[in-house]
Design a protein. Structure first.
Length: 163
């Protein structure tokens, strides 16, 4: 196991307690994919455990991926939270805020095309990702003279007519 992040301590997996209030569910496919990524890149983020409750706050899926890989211990960062509500808010926001981002797949495709080495696409973590053959734009301007004179339209709400 490679560890490429700062952490406080390596903790045996069986000593870690998932947070009973964790509202995020991880599919077996997600856990397998993350395990593959961790195996390739090493641990880039530690599991965060609350000093107050002793529960995992961030990293439930990383823990499951580590179990899948047969690791006995994982890097842990212990953090203080002022109260139970703050711990819950940190856990929930960490789970949810990433979903706000929109992945620019065009940019991903461009980056992949620029690489001169074989790359396992699963390591990108993108669900159902395939490199599609490039589609050329073959649209040509339409000659409206061939459609006759009935190209007018009317807005059903206001009655505005347009071509």
């Amino acid at each position: 196991m490679e560890i490429k992040c700062l952490y406080d301590e390596l903790v045996e997996i069986e000593k870690l307690t998932p947070n009973p209030k964790n509202n995020n569910r991880h599919s077996p496919e997600q856990i397998q994919r993350l395990a593959k990524i961790i195996e390739f890149q090493g641990f880039r983020s530690p599991i965060v455990v609350s000093v107050e409750s002793g529960h995992i706050v961030h990293g439930h899926c990383r823990l499951e991926a580590a179990k899948t890989l047969g690791y006995k211990a994982v890097p842990v960062n212990f953090q203080n939270f002022p109260n139970e509500n703050s711990e819950f808010a940190s856990m929930t926001s960490d789970n949810e805020i990433a979903r706000w981002a929109e992945l620019d797949l065009h940019m991903v495709y461009t980056e992949i095309e620029d690489k001169e080495f074989e790359f396992d696409l699963d390591l990108l973590g993108i669900e159902n990702f395939n490199i599609e053959p490039e589609v050329k734009n073959t649209n040509e301007e339409i000659d409206t003279d061939n459609f006759g004179s009935d190209l007018s339209h009317e807005c059903p709400k206001c009655g505005f007519e347009f071509d």
